[in-house]
Write a protein that binds this ligand. Structure first.
Ligand SMILES: Nc1ncnc2c1ncn2[C@@H]1O[C@H](COP(=O)(O)OP(=O)(O)OP(=O)(O)O)[C@@H](O)[C@H]1O
Length: 491
């Protein structure tokens, strides 16, 4: 569509010149002879450009322009003023009215055409820009709406996930409250409650229980739940160290303190400063060292081996044993005062045979714990596998179960757990058929277990001052005949 131009001039001759020239260049030309009718025409024809004479009878060009610019429907149409060279007018006033240009009469047609073209292109560009802006705004609006919808969905999803998360956390903490300790046994849960109560304090805890029942796990849980958790948890296994080395391991030594002490050594108590020390197998601690340990427990003070300087430490002590310390005291192998100092808060970790309801959970836990390393993904744990595992008495407790599951994973090629060649018989059964039975124990089994435990604690010494017969309060020959009857023999 050709651009339309309105020419407003009270002189017909001027109109005619412009009409001819502009139509010649393909523009559509409209004409008016006064300001008032020009405003009418603009309103209804909406031309692309207005050429407006300044000096007109009635309403002059400036006033006509002012009124056009006041009306939002016509304000955007560019106005070019036409003025005779002889006329003295205030051109600035014209620009203030909103005009874009001036041309002078008599017309220099090439100049007129060039100016008309320029202003029509500028107007076209402005219109294009406006359309683009509108399209852009529309798109931004659409995107914002789409985004705000997506955001609403995300918010809902986030709320759901948060709810789910807190539910899961609650469920986990309801199961144990300790992410790494697996149990659903009410008895063991009571143990965990005790752990939870004592953890934030500085109290010494004595963890009792058979080997492999998770005593170390409980010690770690206490440290983790204490105010010392960012400080070290230092473990000392008293059974793993030769008695002669325990002292320097615990308290350190000075250079030259004994043959082989080439350098000064910092002991574990110093390493555990402001943290926790876990004395595993405390029953194995040599008697002569027990008084030194008692002093650290009571005063927080000690000297390095070969040293004279007294060192002070702030260390919380956790100890564990699978021995009956009271029997050890009776046998003169454990200091009574140390026992009372350690036994402030005893916690008993139960043997697996007394919490067999945990077997399915533990089996699943160990499949997940060791499966990835062995490249196994167990999805099915058959009921017959659980039944067979439950029928067993687990003398080695959870550690033994963990080993069996690790071994089973190796022989399970598919997604189902297989026990392989595991027969479920205790190696001790070969010597003693009585132990094959699962709990509850018969009176005779109970008697046998007790006698074996006491004999173990006396290193199989039957008679004499520190012998088992004295502890059991029977004469040695009676004990010997009982041992014979129950099939108890020194290993
Ligand atoms: N309740 C449990 N949940 C998950 N794993 C357990 C649990 N109890 C024990 N375990 C695992 O069984 C193994 C033996 O546990 P731990 O070393 O704590 O026993 P312990 O009583 O300290 O043994 P020991 O007296 O021989 O030192 C560890 O690998 C431990 O992670």
């Amino acid at each position: 569509m050709p651009a339309s131009i309105l020419v407003v001039d009270d002189t017909p001759h001027n109109i005619s010149i412009l009409f001819d020239a502009l139509t010649h260049y393909g523009y559509r030309v409209l004409a008016e002879r006064d300001g008032k009718s020009a405003i009418e025409q603009v309103r209804h024809a909406q031309p692309d450009l207005i050429m407006l004479d300044v000096m007109m009878p009635g309403m002059n060009g400036f006033e006509t322009c002012r009124q056009l610019k006041q009306n939002p429907a016509t304000a955007d149409i560019p106005v070019i003023f036409m003025t005779a060279l002889t006329e003295s007018i205030d051109k600035i006033n014209g620009f203030n009215m909103g005009a874009v240009d001036y041309i002078t009469k008599p017309f220099q047609l090439p100049e007129v055409l060039a100016r008309v073209q320029t202003h029509l292109s500028i107007r076209q560009m402005r219109l294009d820009l406006q359309t683009l802006n509108e399209q852009l705004e529309q798109r931004v609006l659409e995107r914002t709406e789409a985004l705000s919808r997506a955001l609403t969905e995300l918010e809902t999803l986030k709320d759901q996930l948060q709810a789910e998360n807190s539910y899961l956390r609650e469920e986990i903490s309801q199961t144990t409250g300790f992410s790494e300790i697996v149990t659903q046994s009410p008895t063991f849960r009571r143990v965990l409650t005790k752990i939870e109560q004592v953890a934030p304090t500085n109290t010494t805890v004595l963890i009792l229980g058979e080997s492999g029942t998770g005593k170390e796990l409980l010690a770690r849980a206490i440290h983790q739940r204490s105010g010392r958790k960012t400080k070290p948890l230092v473990k000392v296994n008293c059974a793993a160290l030769p008695p002669t080395l325990i002292e320097s391991e615990l308290f350190g030594h000075e250079k030259g303190a004994f043959t082989g002490a080439i350098n000064q050594k910092i002991g574990r108590f110093e390493l555990a400063q402001n943290g926790t020390i876990f004395l595993d197998e405390i029953g194995e601690m040599p008697l002569d060292l027990q008084s030194k340990l008692l002093r650290v427990l009571q005063e927080g003070e000690f000297e390095r081996v070969g040293g004279t300087k007294t060192l002070r430490v702030n260390v919380r002590v956790l100890a564990a044993t699978n021995r009956d310390l009271e029997v050890e005291i009776a046998n003169g192998r454990f200091r009574e005062d140390l026992y009372y100092r350690l036994n402030v808060f005893p916690v008993k970790s139960f043997p697996l045979r007394e919490r067999k309801e945990d077997i399915p959970l533990l089996v699943r836990h160990f499949c997940d714990k060791h499966g990835p390393d062995l490249n196994r993904r167990i999805e099915v744990i058959p009921a017959r596998v659980i039944e067979k595992l439950t029928a067993y008495n687990w003398p080695g407790n959870i550690r033994e179960l963990e080993n069996i599951i690790e071994r089973s994973l190796i022989s399970s090629a598919g997604r189902q757990l297989e026990l392989g060649d595991w027969t479920g018989t205790d190696w001790r059964d070969r010597k003693n058929p009585l132990a094959r039975r699962v709990t509850p124990l018969t009176l005779e089994e109970c008697e046998r277990e007790h006698i074996v435990a006491v004999l173990e604690s006396t290193h199989w010494k039957v008679s004499g001052d520190h012998g088992a017969a004295r502890i059991l309060d029977v004469i040695p020959t009676t004990l010997e005949s009982k041992m014979k009857k129950l099939g108890i023999a020194r290993p």
